[in-house]
Design a protein around this ligand. Structure first.
Ligand code: PEP
Ligand code: MG
Length: 580
């Protein structure tokens, strides 16, 4: 029977193959008590399993660094730190000695309490780390219980991996030549497995609920990662159709690779800078490889999210300097920490608020915690001596806020000057335009900054009064709403008149659907996830500014959003027939 399921698009492309259904490996460990004489042996078994697991992790760190770069290796560094945590071992030993539990049961208990804690926090980044905790637990238990490690590297034919959950270490050990697609029951777009799948270029769909229950090993499965769709047991006609799409996608991908070293310029000679959004300094290298003209948005709050304590000036300096160096002379726009709202930071003292998106977030938080803010500004300014660095303040609402931030920046500059520490005193300073207030007063703001960058992710939510993370109102969240588009156009015009650089760094910048519209609205710089750069470059190189202006003018005349989407989709399909 044909089964179709829709999930979340995790990694684009089409794949067809027999299913390899991975065992969920749910170990059920009985609560068996042991005699005092057996305790020593249980503790030795625990230590042996921990050290064998750490050994494997070290191998994975080297393999990941080699195959996928330092950023991926960092994920396993987290595994290593959990496995080497003396508190974890002490807790398990106490379970064995005090309660007479077996090592396996005491270990599972200790991991369980950590998993529950991670699941209870609201921060998505932390919550998604629970996947790594499951992975660690399985690895150690496998050693304790003597189960052989399943080797999905030793496959003899191409398969679609169907799994309830896929842990990062499983994804890394995948043999890309044999694994052609992934269909996963759980997960979100930002979970590590998905990041890996995207980096590896394997089509993937997640959040499929219970697809593992619908499929048996060997069943034919189609994964359409571009549309977030999976089909089990398709009929021949559907297979033929998807085979064609698969081939088209491969051809398309290969053709994009050829664009890497070509300039991003429209057919009528308008240069469009395609920049990268990064969260970690290491991503700069991949961004440059994808052909980025620089980093348009470095989300520095990730330095705080991934740290148990406030990152020091030195730690921030090292990370930012790394990004500047990898950029090799191209611009790096460093956004000062954008805390709060959906990004709560465990190492900061943040009071719970009823409306965190409208609360003490972002620049407001920094201005209320000057010591921390100045530490970050010192680190950023020091890096300005090392390359083309630019400083950007997020979530600016009023001119007073901007002036206050600039005063703090000047204080830090004076301080560095007095201490003879090098920095660029004329470092460009800009703001993100992500509140309607800043967008409406763009003409005033541009007089006081060197550049602006439109953050449409937030601008959309504040203009439409729609929480960007609430799926119940997701139908109202659209960056192509005429109100948002008019704000974008207004900001672009104000910046052009004042001869101030304007960038757009929200998710819409990397969406092929919006590229021509944004150029038509006056944008000449777009900043996006590095992997989107080649596709956007393709559109830029295939269109003309004249055409883009016509598209923008028509788009602004529609009153129904559906019409806008249909129109833009038709336009982008003329260039990229594979586009959604
Ligand atoms: C934005 O709001 O558009 C943006 C780029 O910032 P973030 O997604 O980090 O809030
Ligand atoms: Mg934002």
């Amino acid at each position: 029977m044909i089964i179709r399921k829709t999930g979340i698009q995790a990694s684009p492309g089409v794949a067809i193959g027999p299913a390899l259904v991975l065992d969920t490996e749910e170990y059920r460990i009985p609560r068996r008590t042991i005699t005092p004489a057996e305790r020593g042996a249980q503790i030795r078994a625990l230590d042996a399993a921990l050290s064998a697991s750490r050994q494997e992790i070290q191998e994975l760190i080297s393999a990941a660094a080699l195959k996928l770069g330092q950023q991926s290796a960092l994920i396993f560094a987290f595994h290593d730190s959990v496995l080497g945590d003396p508190r974890l071992r002490a807790e398990v030993v106490e379970g064995i000695e005090r309660n007479g539990y077996t090592a396996a049961y005491a270990f599972a208990q200790a991991m369980n309490s950590r998993q529950r804690y991670f699941l209870s926090v609201t921060n998505t980044y932390i919550r998604e780390k629970v996947e790594d905790l499951y992975d660690i637990e399985k690895r150690v238990l496998r050693h304790m219980l003597g189960r052989a490690r399943e080797e999905i590297t030793r496959l003899t034919e191409p398969v679609i991996v169907v799994a309830h959950q896929l842990t990062p270490s499983q994804v890394v050990s995948l043999d890309k030549r044999q694994i052609v697609g992934l269909a996963i029951d759980v997960g979100g777009q930002t979970s590590h497995s998905v990041i890996f799948a995207r980096m590896l270029g394997i089509p993937a769909v997640v959040a499929l609920n219970d697809f593992t229950a619908d499929v048996a090993g060997g069943d034919r499965v189609i994964v359409d990662g571009t549309h977030g769709l999976v089909i089990a047991n398709p009929d021949d006609e559907t297979v033929v159709d998807y085979r064609q799409r698969e081939q088209q996608y491969h051809k398309f991908e290969t053709s994009l690779r050829a664009l890497r070293d070509l300039t991003s310029e429209t057919r009528d000679g308008v240069r469009v800078r395609l920049m990268a959004n990064i969260e970690l300094a290491e991503e700069t290298r991949a961004a440059m490889e994808a052909g980025a003209d620089g980093v348009g948005l470095y989300r520095t709050e990730y330095l705080y999210i991934s740290s148990a304590t406030l990152p020091t000036e030195e730690a921030q300096y090292d990370a930012i300097r790394q990004a500047v160096r990898h950029a090799g002379g191209k611009p790096v726009t460093v956004r000062t920490a954008d805390f709060g709202a959906d990004k709560d930071i465990p190492c900061l003292a943040q009071e719970p608020e009823d409306n965190p998106f409208l609360g003490l977030r972002s620049l407001r938080y920094c201005l209320a915690h000057l010591d921390m803010f100045k530490t970050q500004l010192r680190a950023i300014l020091r890096c300005s001596a090392e390359g083309d660095l630019r400083i950007m303040f997020p979530m600016v609402t009023t001119l007073m806020e901007l002036r206050q931030a600039k005063t703090v920046l000047n204080d830090v500059m004076e301080d560095l000057d007095e201490n003879g520490i090098p920095f660029r005193s004329d470092v460009p300073v800009g703001i993100m335009v992500e509140t309607p207030a800043a967008a409406l007063l763009a003409e005033t703001f541009v007089r006081e900054v060197d550049f602006v960058s439109i953050g449409t992710n937030d601008l959309t939510q504040y203009t439409l009064a729609v929480d960007r993370g609430n799926e119940r109102v997701a139908y109202l969240y659209s960056a192509h709403n005429p109100a948002v588009l008019q704000l974008i156009r207004g900001v672009a015009r104000a910046a052009e008149t004042a001869e101030v650089d304007v960038n757009l760094c929200g998710e819409m910048a990397g969406d092929p659907l919006y590229c021509q519209l944004l150029l038509g609205l006056g944008l000449r710089q777009l900043s996006m996830t590095p992997k989107n750069i080649p596709e956007i470059k393709k559109i830029v190189r295939s269109t003309t500014l004249r055409k883009c202006r016509t598209i923008a003018a028509r788009t602004l005349k529609f009153d129904a959003e559906r019409q806008v989407v249909n129109f833009l989709r038709d336009e982008v399909r003329k260039i990229i027939p594979e586009a959604v």
